[in-house]
Design a protein around this ligand. Structure first.
Ligand code: CA
Length: 222
């Protein structure tokens, strides 16, 4: 899952990036409103964390621009109590949730996860397809009772595949949700990661879960 954070306070920005990456998210960053608005509208993020008080353009304005573009990506706004913008203003501008600074990382993470699983999986943190299960909170993959060791990137990729069963996922879509903005679009990194995951989850099984769709991409499921 790929997240954009727009925040002008460097300490908070870096702290969130490091902490979210440790939780197996892919993170892009912007430090002002214009850059943030540009990234938000030109990429397909799974979640946007948006500070309200920003140089060049406010979070509230960015929020409105994103919605005007017809994007329904979940948006979590950060605000400070003393701001004149109220929480109702932020929700009216198209935000899905908000947090008042200072906040704990645990609370941000819980709210981010709630926004990410809406509306697909209301209850569970564990995604299951056949005998494969992925606990997105504990970062644990299991095939039957056997635990599968995945690298961080393999985990993020498998999560993306498992959240989109039955759909043809192009290389570009996979890049967009699993790699950050610094990834080289011409490398064979998607192919090599798919190959590694296949070795780990499909090589010994009769029923394969990852399928190549020639010329189009990959499909996950049976
Ligand atoms: Ca700020």
């Amino acid at each position: 899952m790929r997240i954009l954070i727009v925040e002008d306070e460097k300490e908070i920005l870096n702290f969130l990036k490091v902490s979210l990456e440790a939780e197996c998210f892919v993170v892009d960053m912007a430090e002002d409103g214009e850059g943030g608005s540009y990234l938000a509208r030109t990429n397909d993020y799974d979640l946007i964390i948006l500070d309200n008080m920003l140089p060049k353009k406010s979070g509230r304005e960015i929020c409105e621009e994103i919605r005007k573009d017809g994007k329904n990506v979940p948006i979590l706004m950060l605000s400070v109590k003393s701001e004149t913008t109220t929480k109702i203003d932020l929700l009216n501008a198209g935000a899905d949730d908000y947090l008042t600074k200072p906040f704990s990382f645990e609370e941000l993470l819980a709210r981010a996860r709630a926004l990410l699983r809406r509306p697909k999986q209301i209850e569970s943190e564990t995604i299951r397809v056949k005998d494969l299960s992925l606990d997105t909170k504990k970062h644990l993959a299991k095939k039957g009772d056997r635990e599968i060791y995945l690298t961080r990137k393999e985990f993020i990729l498998l999560e993306y595949l498992m959240r989109n069963p039955g759909l043809v996922l192009s290389r570009g879509m996979i890049m967009e949700h699993v790699w950050d903005m610094h990834a080289d679009p011409f490398s064979n990194t998607v192919e090599s990661h798919i190959l590694n995951i296949r070795k780990k989850i499909d090589s010994k099984s009769k029923i394969k879960l990852i399928h190549t769709v020639p010329g189009r991409g990959y499909k996950f499921g049976t």
